[in-house]
Design a protein around this ligand. Structure first.
Ligand SMILES: [Cu+2]
Length: 122
């Protein structure tokens, strides 16, 4: 093999693995939208809702909410069977301040994804 042939071969392999990564990523749950939205400042929400790109496994998907100043916030999460939305019901409206949402989502292919975002209650 010439050096040119080898470099073409390597470029082909690199392109192939990029495509593989892209197709695997497409099968993973991504956060599509949320209410309150990431980095938003909102009036005290009664509920928090996260929408994903894929159907989720309800047993293994959910989220927690923490106050930036410390301490977690009780939230009961539910997912409709075959659904891509995690709904979180709050026992009480949130007090003014900064909050962090930590979500975990498992899709039908058993891949677990995690994410974190913040919002502020005015
Ligand atoms: Cu996956």
């Amino acid at each position: 093999m010439t050096t040119k042939t080898i470099s073409i071969l390597l470029a082909t392999i690199a392109a192939g693995s990029l495509m593989l990564v892209a197709s695997q990523a497409a099968a993973h749950a991504k956060l599509v939208s949320a209410n309150p939205a990431p980095d938003a400042t909102v009036a005290a929400p009664r509920a928090i809702s996260l929408k994903f790109s894929e159907r989720l496994e309800p047993k293994f998907s959910g989220f927690e909410i923490a106050k930036a100043s410390g301490g977690s916030v009780p939230v009961k999460t539910t997912i409709a069977k075959g659904g891509a939305v995690i709904d979180g019901a709050l026992a009480a409206p949130l007090a003014p301040g900064a909050y962090t949402v930590r979500w975990h989502a498992v899709t039908a292919d058993a891949h677990r994804m995690n994410g974190v975002y913040n919002f502020t209650v005015r």
